[in-house]
Each structure stands twice: as structure tokens, then as C-alpha cells.
Design a protein around this ligand. Structure first.
Ligand SMILES: C[S@@+](CC[C@H](N)C(=O)[O-])C[C@H]1O[C@@H](n2cnc3c(N)ncnc32)[C@H](O)[C@@H]1O
Length: 225
């Protein structure tokens, strides 16, 4: 019973954080967007936008298009920079592309359509974005200073590790000072992914707002910039 009450209190607290976050996001409001269970929570989005502003992130890769794509693009319109968003669902990507054009944001976002395919980087053989397509489209992109991982979908046990490959895949393309954010860090699958990424990088992720986890670190890989 006490556990149930704590869960309810936690939910109320999170909802209040989101209400406040929507006010913080007000200066970046544009056309109406279909907020749904797919979208990042407003409080998580605020953390990502803060990271872009405070630590001057300008070469951003996002896995999973949606509401976050628009808010990041609207911020980059003010601050400069470019967003590379990878999406596996062509219909959804086309919708996002159309809306970006309507808001005159499409020059700030490169949308990459990459269907899900098996890859050696996966845990438990869960498919990830087609790495041949990623190599052809984003292979020459060096100096990524923010990686936001909110796709592919991972809401069922059979696909709970689907987001794991993002970090090992993009690691060689990171800037010397880089931030990695993963959404849905409250779920079991993402918690296991974070544990493995922490082992891979030897850095700790900080859980923020109950949903996202973030790590900012120096990287001495083979980035050019
Ligand atoms: C967790 S969502 C990504 C959400 C996105 N980062 C955002 O903040 O809105 C993962 C995938 O769900 C799908 N998706 C996102 N929003 C959707 C919507 N409103 N309707 C249908 N599919 C959606 C897309 O294929 C996306 O890559």
C-alpha cells in the first residue's frame, strides 16, 4: 500500500515537472504537434535543450523522430547548428519532413530513413537502423557533440535492448567533448543498456527527471574536429 502511494506521489511530481517544463518550452512553440506516449516528456526535452544551450552543442544526432525533432530544430534556428535525425518508419518520417517544411525548419534537419536490420552490434539480435544506409549518409560526419537516443521503439520485452547499438556505432564519430542522452531510462531494458554503455565508456550516466539519463564526457576517439 505504501509502495502504491509512493508511485502515485511520483506520478504527481512528474506531471507537475512536465507542466512547468511546458512553460519553459513556450518560447519555442510553433505549429501544433501531436504529443503522445511516443514523445519525450517535456521535462526530459528541457534537459536536452539546456544541454544544447549551456554546452553549445551544434552537431546533433537523434535516433527517433518526433516532437523532440521540432523543438531541437527551433532552438538551432536561434543558436545555430544542425540536427541529423534517423527514422525507421517512412510514413512517420514523411510527416515530420512535411511539417518541418511548413515551419521553414527543414534546412536545419537532415532526416535519414533507415529501416531496421539485424546488426552485429545488437544485444539479443534486436534489429537496429540499417548500418549500410547510415554509413552512406552519415559516415563522413565527424564531431558529433550530442547523441540523443529515443529510438527505435523498445516498449516490449522482445525489443527492450533495441537502442543499445547507438553508442558503439557512433562512438568513432564523436567530438572530443560529447554528451549522450537516452530517453526512457526508467525502463528495465534502458537501465541494462546504460550499465553496458557505462562499462564501455568508463563514465557514469546521471538520471535526470525520472526519464532521461545523460553522460557528458571527454572522448579521445578518432574524430577530426
Ligand atoms: C520514442 S519514439 C521517438 C519520439 C521522438 N523522439 C519524440 O520526442 O517525439 C520512437 C519511434 O516511434 C515512432 N513515433 C513517434 N511519434 C509517433 C507518433 N506520434 N505516431 C506514430 N509513431 C510515432 C517513430 O517511428 C519514432 O522513431
Amino acid at each position: 500500500m505504501l509502495g502504491g502511494m509512493m508511485d502515485d506521489l511520483e506520478k504527481i511530481l512528474r506531471n507537475q515537472e512536465d507542466i512547468l517544463a511546458m512553460q519553459y518550452l513556450a518560447p519555442l512553440c510553433g505549429e501544433y504537434l501531436p504529443w503522445s506516449g511516443y514523445a519525450m516528456r517535456p521535462s526530459g526535452l528541457v534537459q536536452v535543450l539546456n544541454e544544447i544551450v549551456i554546452n553549445q552543442r551544434s552537431k546533433i544526432v537523434e535516433c527517433g523522430a518526433g516532437v523532440s525533432t521540432f523543438y531541437i530544430a527551433r532552438l538551432l534556428r536561434q543558436k545555430g547548428g544542425h540536427l541529423y535525425t534517423i527514422e525507421h518508419n517512412l510514413d512517420w518520417m514523411n510527416w515530420v519532413q512535411g511539417e518541418l517544411e511548413r515551419e521553414s525548419l527543414s534546412h536545419l534537419v537532415t532526416l535519414v530513413y533507415a529501416p531496421l536490420q539485424p546488426t552485429d552490434l545488437s544485444l539479443q539480435n534486436t534489429p537496429w537502423y540499417d548500418t549500410e544506409i547510415l554509413r552512406a549518409t552519415l559516415g563522413s560526419l565527424q564531431g558529433i557533440d550530442l547523441l540523443l537516443v529515443d529510438g527505435p521503439p523498445a516498449y516490449e520485452e522482445s525489443i527492450q535492448y533495441s537502442r543499445y547499438p547507438a553508442l558503439p556505432y557512433f562512438l568513432p564519430q564523436f567530438a572530443p567533448d560529447v554528451t549522450v542522452v537516452i530517453d526512457d531510462a526508467n525502463r528495465e531494458g534502458e537501465r541494462e543498456i546504460i550499465k553496458r554503455w557505462e562499462g564501455l565508456l568508463n563514465v557514469g550516466f546521471e538520471q535526470k527527471d525520472g526519464y532521461i539519463a545523460i553522460a557528458r564526457f571527454q572522448h579521445s576517439g578518432n574524430s577530426d574536429e
